[in-house]
Design a protein around this ligand. Structure first.
Ligand SMILES: Nc1ncnc2c1ncn2[C@@H]1O[C@H](COP(=O)(O)OP(=O)(O)OP(=O)(O)O)[C@@H](O)[C@H]1O
Length: 678
């Protein structure tokens, strides 16, 4: 049986409870487990006593001197013992709630302890105890995303068990020639290296191999689909030359020059026989939707149908509403098709799509489902293309005869990266905001002065405006994000008494989230406290404050995306960064936010700041989601993967030779796997 279909239940020690806890972390199979990567490593090298500094986490060999003492505080125990470290330095060890160790901690016994050093009290608060005197502490302990039902340590143990039991069944996906060329570790060695490293070099080599594989698969998909499009199966669409002028008549205000240029690019692409693959890269609020709707309008004039796909229902609704408004005078039929459109309505819409009465279908991935047939699908627009895998797009493409494709990117991407990821794709830039926008004022306040932010929010709410309040991003090893958001929510409610405040967090069912976002959009909620699930792309012009708690924990691109949710109407808007920035880098990020509103500049700075290790594990929005690869750090690997993918696809024998079997298998799995994030 393949590890991909082998449930985690196959592992000794995993019962229904652990299975559920793992499932909440998206770990279902042994293969998922083995490919769950640590987000950080804790150093556990033994350190000589003279090098210990107050607050350090240290690992040491010690001998117990005298019996342990146990005291109780309610149901919690506190155990203390005198020990001698490295055979000479007297230290007091303290264990919280670990009294089960008591019987084993006998006078004169050697132990290996890890804990936090308190210099003033000469006390070590012990978190880990090994009773095996000969034990060598692993130098690096991997830390995994965990939750309250399962700890990082348990996950690690399960992974080691899985490695032990199934290492020999792990298939190698990279051809030997590639492994030799780039001196890459085998898949098996890389998994051992990442989960049980003996040194930093092990981690580096293991990561390099796994990132290479991840990127190569990504590039193979991308290039393969691109190769498909280059076969001359496209068609020139008979769009009249004055389509743009006709569209502008429908708009409430003039287009920006950048929007107009992008529309002209699209018009030219549509009229050419080769299928269009164009990316619209725009700063937040630059008006990508109008450009997308122009493309739909043009296709309609040429007699074809268009699809506009959004990652969530609420964004789909937003687009459908705008499209209906703009197109009302022209009689273009717009229909919304999402998962919640069911029964008769759905049947009617499906029939009208297949008969061609509907010119523009706006929706979510429901548009990909079986049963949706078009009479003549000529254009596919995907909003935030990174959220849809390449495979999904290919699937929709199959519904038409090589339709033209337009993608909207939510975040500006620096040139170097865009080249590595998108290569020769055509790009139109929207580097200009609509006229009349007031710049967003960004200010930073230290956490202890957050009342200043709350005062500003109260003032804006009493003027009839609305506010977003973002709770800090929480690292998995700390307390969970729901708790922190709930605490913040309580504080905000107290301060904003009399206004309607609500809490939105990532663990809510998506239907509830959408309902709440809708209520906010309709003005029924005045202030929304949220973890970062606030939708990229949401457009509520009446919202004028974006307050971000724990701003030092967010990456620049994310901060800019969040800030872009305000400043979308005629009222002056504010972004308040509430922070505890200690490191130089965190302070520099906040300064950058204060000094510029230009997304392209911010994207470039983001690359500079994100040196190795910095923000490791924090996901950036606006870029494809990789499980291990980090585009800022690893873009050279992406470049190499790109070249190799092109070379592989250029060989006929790639499709049948035994040397490429592993890759073909992996590619097939990747293409079949559809991962929606909403
Ligand atoms: N030329 C324009 N003049 C005035 N308003 C415009 C213009 N273009 C777009 N708008 C309006 O600006 C707002 C933002 O547009 P849109 O939602 O398309 O932004 P976006 O580029 O998708 O940004 P984001 O990625 O931040 O969501 C909308 O309310 C839209 O109606």
């Amino acid at each position: 049986m393949s590890l991909k279909s082998l449930s985690v239940r196959a592992l000794p020690g995993v019962g229904p409870q652990k299975e559920r806890a793992l499932e909440a972390l998206d770990i279902r199979t042994v293969d998922d487990l083995l490919h769950t990567y640590p987000f950080r490593y804790d150093e556990r090298a033994e350190k000589p006593f003279p090098e210990w500094r107050d607050g350090d986490r240290v690992t040491a060999r010690a001998v117990l001197e005298g019996p342990v003492q146990v005291r109780w505080r309610g149901s919690k125990s506190i155990m203390t013992a005198r020990v001698r470290v490295d055979g000479q330095h007297p230290v007091v060890c303290l264990w919280f709630s670990q009294h089960y160790l008591r019987a084993k901690l006998t006078d004169g016994r050697f132990i290996l302890v890890t804990g936090k050093w308190n210099e003033a009290l000469r006390r070590l608060v012990v978190s880990e105890t090994s009773l095996d005197a000969a034990a060598k502490s692993p130098p690096l302990v991997p830390m995994y995303r965990a939750n309250k039902d399962i700890s990082s340590k348990t996950i690690h143990q399960l992974i080691l068990r899985a490695l032990d039991q199934y290492a020999d069944q792990m298939a190698e996906s990279l051809p030997y020639a590639l492994m030799r060329k780039y001196r890459l570790w085998s898949h098996r060695d890389a998994l051992f290296g990442i989960h049980q490293p003996k040194s930093h070099e092990d981690v580096r080599q293991a990561r390099r191999r796994l990132v290479f594989e991840e990127f190569l698969l990504f590039q193979l998909q991308l290039q393969w689909i691109r190769a498909q499009r280059e076969k001359p199966v496209g068609r020139a669409q008979p769009v009249p030359n004055d389509a743009l002028a006709a569209f502008e008549v429908l708009l409430p205000s003039p287009m920006t020059d950048a929007q107009r240029r992008a529309c002209e690019d699209i018009l030219r692409d549509l009229q050419r026989p080769a299928p269009m693959t164009r990316l619209i890269q725009g700063d937040v609020g630059s008006g990508k939707t109008w450009v997308a709707l122009f493309a739909c309008f043009a296709v309609h004039l040429a007699g074809g149908q268009a699809v506009l796909m959004a990652p969530t229902e609420i964004l789909a609704e937003q687009h459908a509403r705008l499209a209906r408004q703009l197109f009302a005078p022209s009689g273009i039929r717009v229909e919304l098709l999402t998962g919640s459109v069911t029964g008769r309505d759905r049947e009617r819409i499906l029939a009208e799509i297949s008969s061609g009465q509907v010119s523009l279908a706006v929706g979510t991935h429901a548009l990909l489902s079986e049963g949706v047939e078009f009479r003549d699908l000529a254009l596919l627009v995907t909003d935030e293309q990174h959220r849809f895998g390449v495979a999904q797009r290919a699937r929709l493409r199959e519904k038409g005869r090589a339709p033209d494709v337009l993608m909207l990117s939510a975040t500006p991407i620096p040139r170097t990266l865009a080249l590595a990821i998108y290569g020769d794709m055509d790009v139109s830039l929207l580097n200009e905001l609509p006229k009349g926008r007031k710049p967003i004022q960004t200010v930073a306040v230290p956490s202890r002065d957050d009342e200043a932010a709350l005062r500003l929010i109260r003032r804006e709410l009493s003027r009839g405006r609305q506010a977003y309040i973002v709770a800090p991003a929480i690292e998995a090893s700390e307390q969970d994000d729901v708790t922190s958001a709930t605490e913040l929510y309580a504080r905000v409610c107290e301060y904003l008494a009399g206004f309607r405040v609500d809490l939105l967090h990532g663990r809510m069912p998506s239907a509830d989230k959408e309902r709440m976002m809708r209520a906010f959009r309709d003005g029924d909620i005045h202030a929304l406290v949220a973890t970062t699930v606030i939708e990229v792309g949401i457009d509520v012009p009446n919202a004028t404050v974006m307050a971000i708690y724990g701003a030092e924990r967010f990456g620049l691109a994310q901060l800019h995306q969040l800030r872009g949710r305000v400043g979308r109407g005629q009222h002056p808007s504010y972004c308040v960064l509430i922070h505890d920035a200690k490191s130089e880098a965190a302070r520099a990020r906040i300064e950058t936010m204060i000094h510029t509103n230009d997304g392209f500049e911010i994207a470039e700075r983001d690359l500079e700041f994100r040196g190795p290790g910095e923000l490791f594990g924090l996901r950036q929005s606006g870029l494809p989601d990789f499980s291990l690869g980090d585009l800022a750090r690893d873009y050279r690997i992406m470049e190499v993967a790109r070249e190799e993918a092109l070379a592989l696809l250029g060989r006929d024998d790639f499709w049948y030779a035994p040397w490429a079997e592993g890759l073909r298998e992996a590619l097939k799995t990747a293409m079949d796997k559809i991962s929606y994030r909403d």
